[in-house]
Design a protein around this ligand. Structure first.
Ligand code: ZN
Length: 86
């Protein structure tokens, strides 16, 4: 399976939210990984501004489990629609 790709113009929080993209975070300390809540992205956008560019930046997100602030965040594509599934 190839890595899911996403349009290269998505490089800010605002674009991320507008395109319905998600994020996947992984903690290097307690190894907990998961998706931050969408509301967390909204709150980040409110805090940092929708123009905050996340390319090559460290996300100001803390691990909900151990409080580690150096979590890795990857942008993920939205779940693909399944037009054949009702
Ligand atoms: Zn952690």
């Amino acid at each position: 399976m190839p890595e899911p790709t996403y349009p290269a113009m998505i490089d800010t929080l605002g674009a991320l939210i507008d395109h319905g993209m998600g994020a996947f975070m992984a903690c290097p300390i307690c190894l907990k990984a998961g998706r931050p809540d969408v509301r967390d992205l909204d709150r980040l956008a409110g805090h940092l501004g929708r123009d905050w560019c996340f390319i090559n930046r460290r996300w100001p997100i803390k691990c909900a489990t151990c409080g580690e602030s150096n979590v890795k965040v990857r942008i993920t594509a939205p779940a693909p629609p399944h037009p054949n599934v009702r």
